[in-house]
Design a protein around this ligand. Structure first.
Ligand code: MD6
Ligand code: FE
Length: 204
């Protein structure tokens, strides 16, 4: 893992927030539900990019359209593509940017991001708004974990052995940032979903 704290200064955070607000007017936040039981998650979501991550009764997956509007997701802003290039040395651009919105009581349980075909690509996270306590474990659900605070403007890269590590957000700390004009937090995760074509691998 690599934590850049902070990575974005106040002006860059404000500019990114404006871009995310614009995306969310076109692709409104939806409430994902747990597969099978349909229990709603406490986090609300949207996406930008050719693919977006969704969860509903049928399961977790990437889809090219918004589950409520049926419209394609808005494109990933150039500013985010530039950050991906700056912080990762990955050969291909991200295809999905998941936008998570946390109200003061929202959290996300320990999980592994494993719906991507390309598990070699890192996942890059950017945080805006209130502080969050992020928990990072290992490859096994019941293994030891450590926790640290993610602040507005922080960039976190889950790469290498941490790419498939369990992680989650225990809680947010309302009122620790004034960026959003209201208590809450936005987290963006940039993901490569498909394996880039022409990739060289050991069979060649
Ligand atoms: C969050 N982040 O910070 C949730 N996933 O709100 C994630 O689930 C996450 O930060 C993959 C890689 C980095 C992350
Ligand atoms: Fe995750």
């Amino acid at each position: 893992m690599q934590l850049h704290s902070p990575y974005l200064d106040w002006d860059a955070q404000k500019a990114l927030l404006d871009e995310i607000r614009d995306i969310v007017t076109k692709a409104p936040l939806f409430t994902p539900t747990m597969p099978r039981w349909g229990r709603p998650l406490s986090v609300r979501m949207s996406n930008c990019g050719p693919l977006g991550w969704i969860s509903d009764k049928s399961g977790y997956r990437y889809e090219p359209i918004h589950p409520d509007t049926g419209e394609p997701w808005p494109p990933i802003p150039q500013s985010l593509l530039d950050i991906w290039s700056e912080l990762t040395s990955y050969e291909a651009p991200p295809e999905a940017c998941l936008i998570n919105y946390y109200s003061p009581n929202a959290k996300i349980g320990l999980h592994v991001d494993s719906d991507e075909d390309d598990r070699n690509a890192p996942i890059l996270s950017l945080s805006l708004g209130d502080d969050a306590r992020f928990r990072l474990g290992g490859l096994e659900r019941n293994g030891p974990t450590k926790s640290f605070i993610l602040k507005s403007g922080d960039a976190l890269l889950l790469d290498g052995e941490d790419r498939m590590a369990y992680h989650g957000v225990d809680r947010i700390y309302p009122g620790t940032s004034t960026l959003l004009n209201e208590p809450g937090r936005i987290n963006l995760t940039l993901r490569r979903v498909t394996t880039p074509s022409g990739r060289r691998n050991h069979s060649m």
